[in-house]
Design a protein around this ligand. Structure first.
Ligand code: KIV
Length: 276
């Protein structure tokens, strides 16, 4: 396997690709993901062994101070993806398509291409069955898609709050059906946010593609967290968050390495971080 990093600099760690993540799922080896928005943290995360870096539209809340992700623009995403790309040393980079940037076919294709040119290696779309067509369009054109289901913050005004999704058996059933549909449409990764741990387990076992979770319990193939939550500097601390900096003996680098070790050894998430 090549040791050339995505940023073009050699590193001791093999570059993580989509096929690395697929193999990890087959071997039942957990993979790690954290958000980053700049070059410095992009480098720190990849040097700490974080497999996947998500340049998430959560930047609208943690960097820009908005109360939702809705104000984030394509220009914001391009800027932050290109910053992280410059710092990255071999992690796999996923870039978020911001609110209303994939509302039509033309918009979806043009905007996804802009994020890939900025340095994303996969793009993330929020939604269920309704994003199957866009997922298929992108996948057929060589753009890998991460489909984000469960709590989808871009739909916060329709959902009505940051609540767990899929507790109702009918909703759980339709989430499983939609997850299968997205896999068939060509999604390469599924991300589940704030869903009961049993539902996340069922979906992870039903799909061939890697499933990554946040607030979705220990059974998903990978775990993702917002960087500011892991460092304990977010103004609110949801149940599924753990502050890894508090117990770190080695500052931020140590906290990031502890997060990686805790996910790989399946010590995180613990029962107190999960929803039933
Ligand atoms: O935007 C983001 O950071 C995300 C994570 C919360 C998964 O989508």
């Amino acid at each position: 396997m090549s040791t050339q990093s995505a940023g073009g600099t050699s590193s001791s760690r093999p570059t993580v690709t989509l096929s690395t993540l697929q193999k990890m799922k087959k071997r039942q080896e957990k993979f790690t993901c954290l958000t980053a928005y700049d070059a410095c943290f992009g480098q720190l995360l990849s040097e700490a062994g974080v497999d996947v870096i998500l340049i998430g539209d959560s930047l609208g809340m943690v960097l820009q101070g908005h109360d939702s992700t809705l104000p984030v623009t394509m220009e914001d995403m391009i800027y932050h993806i290109s910053c992280v790309k410059r710092g990255n040393r071999g992690s796999f980079l996923i870039g978020d398509m911001p609110f209303m940037s994939y509302a039509s076919e033309t918009q979806t294709l043009e905007n996804a291409a802009r994020l890939m040119r900025a340095g994303a290696q996969m793009i993330k779309l929020e939604g269920g069955a309704w994003i199957a067509h866009s997922t298929n369009l992108l996948a057929e054109r060589g753009i890998p898609v991460c489909a984000h289901m469960g709590l989808t913050p871009q739909s916060i005004n329709r959902i009505g709050g940051y609540h767990v999704q899929g507790r109702d058996p009918r909703q759980a059933e339709s989430m499983l059906t939609e997850a299968r549909l997205l896999e068939e449409a060509g999604a390469s990764i599924l991300l589940l946010e704030c869903v009961p741990q049993t539902l996340a387990r069922t979906i992870s076992e039903a799909l061939e593609i890697p499933v990554i979770g946040i607030g979705a319990g220990p059974a998903t193939d990978g775990q993702v967290m917002v960087l500011h939550d892991v460092l304990g500097i977010s103004p609110i601390t949801p149940k599924f968050v753990k502050n890894f900096l508090r117990d770190s003996n080695a500052g931020i680098r140590g906290a990031l390495q502890d997060y990686v070790a805790a996910v790989k050894s399946q010590q995180f998430p613990a029962p107190e971080h999960c929803f039933d």
